[in-house]
Design a protein around this ligand. Structure first.
Ligand SMILES: [Zn+2]
Length: 79
């Protein structure tokens, strides 16, 4: 491995610790729930989940779990 690559890997390790550098904008996740799998997605501040609870509340345990997991790495919520 060349010296340049070693430097990049070191930098990546440091970046990965610095969560404030990251802003997730769009993603989708297959969520293994206790009973079923769910498809959760996030697009520019808007969550969607295919579970029934989300249909009625526009938030659910799946979207909230991801919010906690990605704490500090999502754009601020619009209230
Ligand atoms: Zn859900």
């Amino acid at each position: 491995m060349d010296y340049g690559m070693i430097g990049k890997i070191e930098k990546a390790k440091r970046y990965a610790q610095e969560h404030e550098r990251f802003r997730f904008q769009t993603f989708s996740v297959k969520f293994h729930g206790d009973n079923n799998d769910h498809n959760v997605s996030y697009d520019d501040g808007k969550w969607t989940c295919d579970c029934e609870y989300f249909d009625h509340h526009e938030v659910c345990s799946h979207s909230m779990a991801l919010e906690q997991l990605l704490s500090g790495m999502l754009p601020p919520r619009e209230e």
